[in-house]
Design a protein. Structure first.
Length: 330
């Protein structure tokens, strides 16, 4: 366990928007994404700003309906569109995200996460397929797909760009009085069609009702207490909150430089780093936690080198715990 002082860092909070069919999840996501981009690039022209946004669409390409249209007095431009067809696998999702990143996209909307759960090739479908072949598999089928679940959550919640996911909610009806005092049935969103507990993996979870107003049922930012429609201002608030603190990518670059400089101090430090990179890959692929741990190791080796007598050669430390930490570097 590496102990450090906690510091506020810039992050890209993962966002989930749930609601029944027709509640406005897709449009709300697109509008929010535009607010994020406008806040980050206030001088960017509108056409280029929309090119910073993409929708990975599992909903029969319905998000295209909104391109070059005006919805609720909001002009929506031309954004990147990824037609995600079945099978809805985690591997294919990751490929799509990488392609969009290469195009300079900085806000990706996954519309919707429900297909990665219950659609053809999704998590639940994979479990059902295993259990149909091996009826006695029971809960062991879930063990076989757990790596896919873990990888999906990693992709959605620990990314270098903003990810906004939508999820369908099962539809129910409640009886409410309208403006004339008449009691009428009103469509309401119930439980979202994703795995139980997934909504808690996101930093912000908005639930939208049929009036297109959103309630933050989970909000780590503590900014959204009112029930109100999602607007561009919502995205701007999220960006401003997320950009406060240390830039993690800048810190990672500095850590790489520091590690490389420490390795030049002695053959022992250089050989230690060489052994670790041969085993765990290039420094550019390591996390900040891994880089901090190696930096600490190289500093200790340097200190030991300075305190030993000329006849004594300091031993290279091959820490099992360090190797365990670096095992996930790739």
């Amino acid at each position: 366990m590496l102990i450090t002082l906690a510091k506020r860092e810039q992050i890209k909070p993962p966002i989930l928007i749930t609601g029944a069919s027709g509640s406005g999840k897709t449009v709300s996501s697109i509008v929010m994404a535009k607010g994020i981009v406008d806040a980050k690039y206030p001088d960017l022209d509108d056409e280029d700003a929309w090119k910073k946004i993409a929708v990975i669409d599992t909903e029969h390409e319905r998000s295209k309906y909104y391109a070059d249209t005006t919805v609720a007095n909001i002009k929506i431009g031309e954004f990147y569109h990824g037609a995600f067809e079945p099978p809805y696998t985690v591997k294919e999702l990751e490929k799509g995200i990488q392609k969009l990143k290469e195009k300079g996209v900085e806000v990706i909307i996954l519309d919707s996460l429900s297909h990665l759960w219950s659609g053809q090739g999704g998590i639940q479908d994979s479990v059902d397929s295993i259990q149909s072949k091996y009826p006695k598999a029971g809960f062991t089928a879930w063990g076989k797909v757990k790596p896919q679940i873990d990888e999906l959550l990693r992709i959605l919640t620990a990314n270098s760009i903003f990810i906004i996911c939508t999820a369908r909610s099962k539809t129910g009806y409640d009886m409410e009085k309208n403006a004339n005092g008449k009691t009428i049935p009103v469509k309401v969103g119930l439980k979202p069609e994703i795995r139980d507990g997934w909504e808690y993996e996101f930093a912000i979870n908005f639930n939208i009702n049929q009036d297109h107003s959103a309630e933050a049922t989970k909000d780590n930012t503590n900014m959204f207490s009112d029930v109100a429609p999602i607007t561009e201002a919502t995205g701007q608030q999220i960006y401003e909150w997320s950009s406060t603190g240390i830039d993690p990518e800048e810190e990672r670059r500095n850590l790489i430089m520091e590690v490389e400089e420490l390795a030049q101090e002695s053959d022992l430090q250089q050989n230690t780093l060489k052994r670790l990179t041969n085993k765990h890959g290039n420094l550019n692929d390591w996390t900040r936690q891994q880089l901090r741990a190696v930096k600490e190791r190289l500093i200790k080796l340097g200190q030991q080198r300075k305190t030993v007598t000329p006849k004594t050669k300091p031993a290279e430390h091959k820490s099992t715990s360090l190797d365990d930490l670096l095992a996930g570097a790739k």
